[in-house]
Design a protein around this ligand. Structure first.
Ligand SMILES: NC(=O)C1=CN([C@@H]2O[C@H](COP(=O)(O)OP(=O)(O)OC[C@H]3O[C@@H](n4cnc5c(N)ncnc54)[C@H](O)[C@@H]3O)[C@@H](O)[C@H]2O)C=CC1
Length: 283
């Protein structure tokens, strides 16, 4: 199966790039700020499926650049989905727990009411709506707390800061789950394959690691596994103000993905160990 992937340098794109049959388009080949060019790239490549692994992911900066975030996270996946619908191929795009407002303590289910707290979440939600409206074969895969050995993420930031400082204060009242980009890549490919066989599986799904944790406990776990001597002090979100508000409850209910696609929730702990090994922090 030939699969066209938008994105080349991001966490997810780099995990997809290692598979046979995957062609990754970087920004120089397809710029998501020009949605029509993305649609044209699909027509030209004539793949058997498309995965969108590119996105405007600078959550705080999006507060100042909402129009640009809306094009990259909204109109671009919308145009990709329309091009896929025209040619009758499956389209898989990745979305976020940030489409929810983070209230309550129950895991969010795919059909729950969305109410993003920030511009990034609104832009990703706009993309979801345009993908559904395109009327083709699609999966919207919402995930959370993406980590890998590539790019910028919490694991790499903690390793850097933990070696520089004896003590860090980390938010302890946001609950969710880290999700290794490697597992998301495998899930996206399996979803694309199954959608090609059964377009009736189209829909919105959740995919996150387990067990649930907080950022502070995740930091402790990273330091314990990598043997970094840095103490973690819990703080509330209110003590760490950021331009974009973050949801407190990022739990994602993932059972429908397992029921429909037979893709189970991954345990993020072996995934973390693999990332630490890839970074040379664990032997
Ligand atoms: N990083 C996280 O913690 C989370 C990410 N997600 C979603 O998961 C997906 C994958 O995220 P990551 O791999 O972590 O993101 P990332 O930030 O590592 O990579 C984003 C990619 O998009 C590309 N990109 C940005 N603007 C572009 C443009 N105008 N044209 C072409 N390419 C452009 C970047 O060059 C980069 O390759 C995204 O849809 C993101 O919204 C969802 C929940 C959490």
């Amino acid at each position: 199966m030939t699969i066209l992937v938008f994105g080349k340098t991001g966490q997810l794109a780099q995990e997809l790039a290692v598979y046979d049959g995957v062609i990754c388009l970087g920004r120089d080949q397809a710029d998501l700020s020009h949605p029509a060019a993305c649609a044209a790239a699909i027509r030209q490549a004539a793949p058997q499926a498309v995965i969108n692994a590119a996105a405007y992911t600078a959550v705080d900066k999006a507060e100042e650049e909402e129009a640009l975030a809306n094009v990259i996270n909204g109109a671009a996946p919308g145009a990709m989905a329309a091009a896929c619908a025209e040619t009758g191929i499956p389209f898989v795009t990745v979305s976020t727990d940030y489409v929810f407002d983070g209230s309550g303590e129950a895991p969010w289910q795919p059909g729950d009411a969305t109410a993003p707290l920030n511009a990034y979440g609104r832009s990703k939600l706009a993309g979801e709506e345009m993908v559904r409206a395109a009327g083709g074969t699609y999966a919207i895969l919402r995930t959370s707390w993406v980590v890998s050995a590539h790019g910028t993420n919490f694991v790499k930031t903690m390793l850097r800061l933990g070696k520089e400082r004896e003590r860090l204060t980390i938010v302890a009242d946001q609950t969710g789950a880290p999700t290794p980009a490697r597992d998301i890549a495998a899930a996206c490919l399996e979803i694309a394959r199954q959608l090609a066989e059964d377009p009736g599986k189209s829909g919105t799904y959740h995919f996150a690691g387990q067990p649930e944790t907080s950022w502070a406990d995740f930091a402790r776990g990273i330091f314990a596994r990598a043997r970094v001597d840095c103490a973690v002090e819990d703080i509330p979100t209110s003590a760490y103000p950021t331009p974009a508000a973050r949801p407190l409850n990022s739990r994602l209910g993932c059972t429908s993905l397992e029921t429909v696609f037979n893709i189970p929730q991954p345990d993020w702990r072996p995934g973390l160990d693999q990332i630490l090994k890839d970074l040379g922090e664990l032997s």
